[in-house]
Design a protein around this ligand. Structure first.
Ligand code: MG
Length: 163
């Protein structure tokens, strides 16, 4: 009998609005900027979208299920904690993350200057080589909330293999 591999792909999406501040954290990398992102945790919109993609692939709720924003212990929390928790859920299911793909949508900051640092950081956190990590940035051509520079959106996909 042929065994069909249990390959799963799922998406995640997140948005955080700009607020007063002097830095943004994206994919765990601190970017000096004239504003910050508002959020209960460190507001790393890219890590949040990716974490939700992993939960989606596992059929394991979402980031809010595991880390309710009403819980004070997640205040200002480093979002790598949420990502590492989701990665551990893959391990518990004897699975392997095989590929991720992230798109960051904003007019500014310009992601290209930070792209390599972000991929290096993702590679380290995910234990994936850079050729299994997609990281893109785009604007929304001045349209909508990202176009009006009100915040940053991120889309992510995760593909994993379960036993
Ligand atoms: Mg979020």
């Amino acid at each position: 009998m042929t065994t069909i591999p249990d390959i799963r792909t799922a998406s995640g999406f997140d948005v955080h609005r700009f607020c007063k501040g002097d830095k943004i954290i994206l994919c765990g990398v601190t970017i000096p900027f004239h504003q910050s992102l508002s959020g209960h945790s460190d507001a790393d919109v890219a890590f949040h979208a990716l974490t939700d993609a992993i939960f989606g692939a596992l059929g394991d709720g979402d980031i809010g299920t595991h880390f309710p924003p009403t819980d004070p212990q997640w205040h200002n929390k480093d979002s790598s904690h949420f990502l590492l928790f989701a990665l551990n859920r893959i391990k518990e299911r004897k699975g392997m993350l095989r590929h991720v793909d992230i798109t960051i949508i904003c007019e500014e900051p310009k992601i290209k200057d930070w792209r390599k640092s972000m991929i290096d950081n993702l590679s380290r956190h995910l234990s994936l080589p850079p050729d299994r990590i997609g990281l893109k940035a785009t604007t929304s051509e001045g349209l909508g909330f990202t176009g009006r520079k009100e915040g940053i959106a991120a889309l992510a996909q995760a593909t994993l293999l379960l036993e």
